[in-house]
Design a protein around this ligand. Structure first.
Ligand code: NAP
Length: 366
């Protein structure tokens, strides 16, 4: 049995941070040994810092209740044993967040971030482990260019909603059916807006027809994720044209996407698509990583699936569930896809990325 890697969670008191606490409670490789948040929480015991705002169904693990929360900017008191940080926090602005993540990398820590701040930083990979594990190669260039210690780097997760359908589109491309145009309408859960989303009365029992900044991210991030690493750069794939309309719906967890797409040339049959998705496997599955879902994509044939209530926790919240695969009048096909936004789309996805980084030797257990 390998010795567990001591990890820290930055933003440990928020919705994504609480999900790290919950998901890492019994992780076979990682163990939380440090929790940090804003100055508001710093100096408090974790149980006290999350009092009245603990949102998980399970309680706080006993072993973490009395851990004293560190200020994320207090670099002096990082416990010596920490070997990896998961970051689920934003500072006052994107620039400050970008620098803060690299400040940890400069101290020799691998940082896997949920923030959007570094997603477009040229030498930072935006990772969906089933799609672009090859982009991790750029970390060597990041370390060299920035003169980081051999153990330090920043890798990021993409926006939470793209994960509901991008793995499915990647699977089709891999099978020889590249996609040309995608129209996507997202129905995004309240937890995607963090603590405020889950607790603001004005966001309950309504549909918010706009999520600021979300459509731009949804249309742009897939180009980098599906891009190719050429020489020392990730070259975005601009061959896919995307149009996104993103809404917030009164659902606790689970981002649903209504997807319409046109293929670039060959059009597979619905049976072929079902087979491609059902049989899809990538590195996380073949390496049998602890958080890899088996299967990665679940295809349902019933007309009333996927449904948040029935399907959001499929594959322990890491699987993508797809249904309503049909021909469309204006596009070649349409389908409905669902993933768990705070698990697959945030903490769980980052944990899977960390597992891949360990397996590929980028994070070396000390
Ligand atoms: P949240 O519930 O609002 O939690 C924010 C966390 O950041 C808290 O721990 C908070 O600490 C800390 N924080 C806030 N302002 C800070 C500051 N100025 N300096 C230091 N720490 C600060 O937000 P969340 O939903 O967990 O999201 C966290 C990050 O993940 C965001 O970048 C978000 O865009 C991203 N993300 C979220 C989701 C999702 O589904 N929710 C999915 C993907 C990505 P205090 O408690 O001490 O204030």
């Amino acid at each position: 049995m390998r010795k567990k890697i001591a990890v820290g969670v930055l933003g440990a008191t928020g919705v994504v941070g609480q999900n790290y606490v919950r998901l890492l409670a019994n992780h076979p490789w990682f163990e939380i040994k440090d929790m940090a948040a804003s100055f508001r929480s710093a100096g408090k015991r974790y149980e006290e810092a999350t009092s009245g705002k603990w949102l998980m169904d399970s309680g706080i693990p006993e072993i973490l209740k009395n851990v004293v929360v560190r200020d994320v900017l207090d670099y002096e008191n990082i416990p010596e044993e920490i070997q990896l940080f998961f970051s689920a926090t934003e500072l006052q602005d994107k620039e400050a967040t970008r620098e803060f993540e690299f400040a940890y990398a400069k101290k020799g820590y691998p940082v896997i971030s949920n923030s959007s701040a570094n997603r477009w930083t040229r030498d930072v990979p935006m990772v969906v482990p089933e799609i672009n594990a090859a982009h991790l190669e750029i970390l060597k260039i990041q370390q060299r260019k920035r003169a980081l210690p051999a153990s330090g780097f920043v890798a990021v997760k993409p926006n939470c909603s793209v994960q509901s359908y991008l793995v499915a589109i990647h699977a089709l491309r891999e099978a020889g059916y590249p996609v040309k145009e995608i129209l996507v309408n997202t129905l995004q859960a309240l937890s995607g807006a963090g603590y405020r989303g889950l607790t603001s009365p004005e966001m309950q029992a309504t549909v918010s027809p706009m999520i600021p900044g979300e459509e731009e991210k949804t249309e742009k991030e897939p180009t980098k994720i599906l891009g190719r690493l050429v020489n020392s750069e990730i070259v975005p794939d601009t061959s896919i044209i995307m149009s996104a309309l993103c809404t917030r719906v009164p659902v606790i967890d689970g981002h649903t996407a209504l997807v319409y797409l046109n293929f670039a040339d060959r059009v597979p049959t619905l049976e072929q698509i079902t087979r491609i998705w059902s049989e899809f496997k990538a590195e996380p599955q073949s390496l049998n990583l602890p958080f890899a879902p088996h299967p990665a994509i679940i295809v349902r044939n019933e007309n009333d699936r996927p449904q948040v209530k029935l399907d959001v926790d499929n594959g322990n919240g890491m699987a993508i569930t797809i249904g309503r695969l049909e021909k469309d009048k204006f596009f070649h096909i349409r389908f409905v896809a669902l993933s768990h936004n705070t698990i697959r789309g945030a903490a769980g996805g980052a944990i899977l990325t960390a597992e891949l980084l360990v397996e590929k030797g980028y994070i070396k257990p000390g």
